[in-house]
Every structure is written in C-alpha cells, then in structure tokens.
Design a protein around this ligand. Sequence first.
Ligand code: VG1
Ligand code: CO
Length: 544
Amino acid sequence: MTTTLTLHTTPFNDQKPGTSGLRKRVPVFQQANYLENFVQAIFDSIQAPAGATLVLGGDGRFYNLEAIQIILKMAAANGYARVLTGQGGILSTPAASCLIRKYATFGGIILSASHNPGGPEGDFGIKYNTANGGPAPEKITEAIFELSKKISHYRIIEASDVALDTIGEYTIGKMHVSVIDPVADYAELMESLFDFAAIRGLLAGGFNIKFDAMHAVNGPYAREIFINRLGAPVASLMNCVPLPDFGNGHPDPNLTYAHELVEILYGENAPDFGAASDGDGDRNMILGRHFFVTPSDSLAILTANAKLVPGYRAGLKGVARSMPTSAAADRVAKELGIPCYETPTGWKFFGNLMDADKVTLCGEESFGTGSSHIREKDGLWAVLFWLNIVAARAQSVETITREHWAHFGRNVYSRHDYEAIPTEVANGVMTHLKDSFASLPGQKLGSYTVERCDDFSYTDPVDGSISTGQGIRILFTDGSRIVFRLSGTGTEGATLRIYLEAYDPDINNHHLDAQVALSELIQIAGQLSELVTRTTRVQPSVIT
Ligand code: VG1
Ligand code: CO
C-alpha cells in the first residue's frame, strides 16, 4: 500500500517562466520544495484527466535524475496512469516532442536549461509541453505562475526510486512507468523525412563531416543516426559523451562557444561539413569548410531547397520566423508564393501556426530551425536537412549559400549580446530607446534614414491572443533594422541582445565579413542606446 502525502508548502515568488520554461541556478532548484511547488503548479493548471500519460525527460544535466525521481512520485500522487521516460532520464527536447505526438500523450515535462551551462553551480530548468508536442502557450505559462504564487500544498507518494538505468516497465504507486530507448522513435522519424540512402552515398563518397554534441544530450542520437544508420566513421563525432556539466562548457552551438569545432572547420584539411547542437539538442550550427551559415540564412536556404527533401517534396504551407530573425526567409516565401509569418521570440509562438497548417518550416536567428514534424526546434533535423540538400545538389555548403545570395540578395546579419549587465541598467537602455521613439522617424543617421520604430507586439492569427513588449525595432527606409531585446532565458542580471540586419543585393559585396558590412549600423545602435555610457561595456560578450 503506497501512501499519498499532501504536504504543506509556501510559495516562491520568482517562478515565472521565461522564453522557454523556468530557468534558475541549480542551488535555487535544490531549495526545499522549489521544484515540487512548480511541478504542482503545472499539474494544477493543466488538470490532466484521470488515466493520462505524461512524457518526462531531460538533457542529462546535473540534477536531472533527482528531479525526475521527484516528478515521478508527484505524477503518481496526482493521478497520472503512466509516464514515458527515456533510459537514464534522458530525452532531447525534439525527442520529447516526438514522443508526445507519436504516443498521443496528454503532455510532457522537459528538464533542461538548454544552452545555459550546467553543473552544481550551473543552471537547471523545467518546462511543460502540451498535447501537440510544443511548449505551452503563454496562457498556460501565466496560469502556472499565478498558481505558483499562492500554492499551499503539493502531492507526492512515498515510494522507492525507479530504476531509470534499465529499459523496462515499472510500477510506482498505481502508476505505470515505461523506461524506453530515448533515441529509437526519434531516429525512425528522421529516417522517414530524409533521403538516408543519398546521405549515406554522400558520406561513402568521401564527404567528411564533423558533428559536435558539446557533451550534451545529442551524443547518443548522433551516434545512432550518423554512425549506425548513415555509415559515417566514428571520427565524425566529437564531444558525444553526455556529461552532467557538459565538460565545463557552455553548450551553445555558435562561433564563440563551439570554438573547438570552428577551429577544425577553419583549419587545414578541414572537413567538408561541420555542425553542432546545444544542451537539449534543439539548436544547430551549420558550417562548411572555412564557412559559417548564419541561422537566418539557413532557414531561408532550407525553405528554398525543401523540394529536394522527400518529407517536404509536396511543398511548404508557409514559413514563420521570429521577429529578430532576418527577412531572408521572407524573400524566399515571396518567390514561392507562400505566406511568411513574423512571431515573437520563442518556439511557443509557432505551435498554433503549425497546428492550423499555416506553416511547415519555422526558424529563429538563435540557431533554431524546425518544422511541423514535431512542435519544437530540432538540431539534428536541421543537420540532416542540410546533408540531404548537399547530397541532392552535389555542391558545397559555401556554394549553396553563395548561389542563394546571388539569387535572393544577402540579408547581412549579426547579433551582439551583452551578458550579465545589471537589470536596472538594461531596463534603462530600453526605456531610453522607447523615449526616443517620437523623435526618431525621419532622422538621418549616417547613410540610413529611420522610417519608424516600435515595441513589437503580436496578435496570434489563430487564437487572437496578443503578446506585447516583444522587442524594440528601429526600421530604416532601405529595409535595414536594428532590434533591441532583453533575454528571457538568462539567470544572472540581464542580457541585452542587439540584432543588426542590412539587405545587400549587390553580389560584389557578398564576400564581406558581416561585422564589416554592418559596421555603420553597429555604430548607430551604440549611439541610439547610449550603450557605452550606460553599460560601461565596450565589447559584446558574444557575437553571432
Ligand atoms: C533564447 C533565444 C530564442 C530561443 C530561446 C530558447 O531566448 O533568443 O530565440 O527560442 O533562447 O532556446 P532569449 O529570451 O534568451 O533571447 V533554447 O535552445 O534555450 O530552448
Ligand atoms: Co535548446
């Protein structure tokens, strides 16, 4: 006989989910009742029917296993009939989304702080995904936050831990726990979308790839797909053993944090293709030999070449990008005669569009690309999409990109991040910018003229919900833009993101380094925001 306990607790007032779930330092999550409160707030707000199934898994970071054991006991006490989890408590974010959809579960809990560092002093995170496999929309995350502020009790059963290391069927209280292979269903889905025979042929023909899992969750997924199913040599993988602290690294696949891979791709005898993914496996970086593909361009190139990929041969319904993402995809959509949607930052805004069949591909400038095959961005999916295009076109990554620019023009793009600045200083920058809205339109700044500026807001075309305050846009008459936004995923102070974009149709300029091509806009962004005086920072912490 298992005992169900209803335990008294008091609220924490900082459990507001950000861009992608609740993220805090590990010691914050380790406080008594911190995790329990948030999980109970999730369960109370979603009200799963009796007999429901929950998908549960995480990116393997420090505290993953402890959290999973707690959540299992709470799910049992809250009336779930079954939990589906990966062996070792592991599920990449895209794999979790895949499982929720494939097994039609009521929803899922994903434990990850994604690209944030891990370890005892690193970050931990938790988010809820709904039955469509996607991140809960704001309506739900707000309800969870409201409940977390007045919670008084949580439910948990007294039971021993589940043997998560062994695939099998278990019972805890009255609840069934299925510990499954975290990779198989996902790998099967990938094989159903892409021309694996063509990619296998490409690799067998001497096309060298290097994939960097950054010691994060995608290691086992990459091994199964690239080595076992596509026949790549084992040397194609690096950092593919997942570690709870990601080997002390910062599992964010960009030019700064994935420098080990970047050095290989820019070195002598470089491989033909390089790619990396993040902590929870949903982001991707694509590199060619001595060449970097900007994520915004990547979305546009996948859109333009989708017909070369079996899963997308029938054509795309539409494409969506987050507001700060460059308009490169818009140009492709226009030529294809399909709609292009502009949403706020964060994957939760794409779900409705995909559910309503309005879009097939989605992307963000922050190294996130995905499609309606699931409801999350998907790192390995993007890598396979690129490999499929390279195999079909028999051209290098660089040639494919340059031909794309020659045809559509180039949306030169960069993002400058100023991390861990004091919150009041960051808010001051944003307020100052908003205060200058009235005087900016019509102003000539160097060779640019301001057309208009606003604080981006979005009305969801499917359910009419409105999201305001999604980033300050300074739009210039020639289509160039500067966007200022504060991050919603950081855990220390504030991170100011400055997104810069200039359109250049002239092929003679396409060889230019983005920082050089954008230097005037970078200077204008600094002036408009009074960046140096306000933040005392002279250099961004990260440039992507
Ligand atoms: C960042 C990115 C955003 C992304 C989010 C979650 O959010 O900018 O595009 O959707 O991370 O990605 P923010 O609020 O810090 O700018 V992940 O891979 O961290 O789940
Ligand atoms: Co991620």
